[in-house]
Write a protein that binds this ligand. Structure first.
Ligand code: FBP
Length: 335
């Protein structure tokens, strides 16, 4: 069995210029994930369910476990001389790591606990992370130093806290899956160079928002729901309320996850830097696509750390179908 650390070190050996810093950061991400996994497994026994009563930068009620997961990541990286800045869904401003002022060369974006509405109902949860090289425009920190398109991510991944804890990551050399063995507290390689089917049979979307969508977006859903055996339709609906769990299913089985823009809210709900861009890097390394419906997620030049974008992600043919339909604004071939 190959451990995550061994896999990362093997990747490092393929880069003679590598310093080991990247591996060290990946090991710290895995350490934070193990702590969060432990906390979630004990959640019902400890007083860590429910809300903190606070509201975060997204205007969402902060759950105690959201805060605890965020604190876990910050505590782990406050010990690191390598990560200069962390940007979290739960923190309004980028957080500067004091001990990495001179030595820090990376930026870490993360959604510490994805699927917050699932916390109190023991349904799947996730963590999403994205690593960028820090550019320094001057000695003084500026937010522009952390705003880079998805195409230049160094690494990205997610952790799925489900029946088992699974960590998925890419550093531009394929998408690889590791499963946590809680008896020894180590992640082991359970699938490598994953490839998503070119077309699927599943769609994942909050249909409750149908009336809020544009007509072309509505007709996309109508297409996936209409009966046509030749093209494997209707697709089946699977929606867990946890982006990581739904994208994990799509990566393994094919199909697509969508959180579209709405007529009144064209940017949708999901955040570019720590949700859409890292998941797109993973899916595209596995042969799929990530799009807003109009442009590829990885090509977007970010303008703020918490900006939102619509997301259509998954099997290449299914995402291209949605892009074509939205761009053409019509559904000529809808029976
Ligand atoms: P959080 O990171 O705040 O949990 O938000 C993202 C998310 O919960 C996704 O995991 C999920 O797919 C989506 O929002 C659910 O949103 P909705 O309840 O509007 O369908």
């Amino acid at each position: 069995m190959i451990s995550l650390t061994q896999h990362i070190l093997a990747g490092q050996r393929r880069h003679p210029e590598a310093t080991g810093d990247f591996s060290a950061v990946m090991t710290q991400i895995a350490f934070a994930a193990k702590k969060i996994s432990r906390d979630l497994r004990q959640a019902g026994l400890l007083d860590i369910l429910g809300s903190t009563g606070e509201t975060n930068v997204q205007g969402e009620e902060v759950q105690k476990l959201d805060q605890q997961a965020n604190d876990t990541f910050v505590q782990v990286f406050e010990q690191s001389p390598l990560v200069r800045t962390v940007v979290s869904e739960e923190m309004e401003e980028p957080y500067l790591i004091a001990r990495a002022v001179e030595t820090g060369k990376y930026v870490l974006f993360f959604d510490p606990l994805d699927g917050s509405s699932n916390i109190d109902v023991n349904a799947p949860l996730g963590t999403i992370f994205s690593m960028h090289r820090l550019t320094r425009s001057s000695d003084k920190f500026s937010v522009e130093d952390v705003l880079h398109p998805g195409s230049v991510q160094l690494a990205a991944g997610y952790v799925l806290y489900g029946s088992s804890t699974v960590l998925m990551y890419t550093c531009g050399n394929g998408t690889h899956q590791f499963t946590l063995d809680p008896t020894i507290g180590e992640f082991f390689l359970s699938a490598t160079d994953m490839q998503i089917p070119q077309r699927g049979k599943i769609y994942s979307v909050n249909e409750g928002n149908y009336e809020k969508w544009s007509q072309p977006m509505q007709s996309c859903l109508d297409y996936f729901q209409s009966v046509d055996a030749a093209s494997g339709r209707p697709y089946s609906l699977r929606y867990t309320g946890c982006l990581v769990a739904d994208v994990h299913r799509v990566l393994l089985k094919g199909g697509l996850y969508m959180y579209p823009g709405e007529v009144e809210k064209p940017d949708g709900k999901l955040r570019l830097m720590y949700e859409s861009a890292p998941l797109t890097f993973l899916i595209e390394q596995a042969g799929g696509l990530g799009s807003t419906g109009f442009e590829r997620i990885s090509s977007i030049q970010p303008t703020s750390p918490h900006q939102r974008v619509p997301l259509v992600i998954g099997s290449r043919e299914d995402v291209e179908f949605v892009e074509q339909t939205l761009k053409e604004g019509s559904m000529a071939f809808l029976k």
